[in-house]
Each structure stands twice: as structure tokens, then as C-alpha cells.
Design a protein around this ligand. Structure first.
Ligand code: FES
Length: 103
């Protein structure tokens, strides 16, 4: 398992994320009872799993679908990602995200 962090109120909360279950970061956030609606269930079509990546070693490339969704969000930043599109893998160890408000 790797550790990912959620930054909230100036604090970094560590979460343990198994790398062998095919989970997405969104699923790890939900499993830890963070307020992520993820209405579309990980299809990259709702953007209610929007996070800002504050630190990472290496992230996967964005798909066109993800890039398109993020472009439509007025409050997205250059570090925005859809957490449902980030698969938990060893290279994500130490990832720090902030959960973004819904559009
Ligand atoms: Fe809908 Fe990620 S859960 S875009």
C-alpha cells in the first residue's frame, strides 16, 4: 500500500491506499469518508471528484475525456485532476491532493 494525503484546513491527513485492488484515488477518498460525491461513479463525466494536486511524484497523462471535463470547470486550476481517473499505483506514493468544491 502507498500513502496519499488530503490537505484540509492546513493539515495533511494520511490515507493508506492499497495498490493491488485497482482502486482510483476517488474510491480511496470515499472509503475514508471524505466528501466526494463522484456522481458518475468514475466515468469522467460529472467532475464531482475534482481535486487539486499539490504534490506528486508522477501522474498518469490525462485522457481527452478528463481534459475536456476539466476545461469546462470554471474553478479548475493547472493542477486539477479528476480523482476517479487516478489509479492507485506505486508511483503515486506521497501524492497530496486538496478536494475541490463542486462546480
Ligand atoms: Fe465523475 Fe470522476 S466520478 S468524473
Amino acid at each position: 500500500a502507498i500513502t496519499i494525503y488530503v490537505e484540509q484546513d492546513g493539515e495533511r491527513i494520511p490515507l493508506e491506499a492499497p495498490t493491488d485492488m485497482g482502486l482510483s484515488v476517488m474510491e480511496v477518498l470515499k472509503a475514508n469518508e471524505f466528501d466526494v460525491q463522484a456522481l458518475c461513479g468514475g466515468m469522467a463525466i460529472c467532475a464531482t471528484c475534482h481535486v487539486e494536486v499539490l504534490e506528486s511524484g508522477g501522474l498518469p497523462e490525462m485522457s481527452d475525456d478528463e481534459a475536456y471535463m476539466l476545461e469546462s470547470l470554471p474553478h479548475a486550476t493547472e493542477s486539477s485532476r479528476l480523482s476517479c481517473q487516478l489509479r492507485v499505483k506505486p508511483e503515486l506514493d506521497g501524492l497530496v491532493v486538496r478536494i475541490m468544491p463542486e462546480a
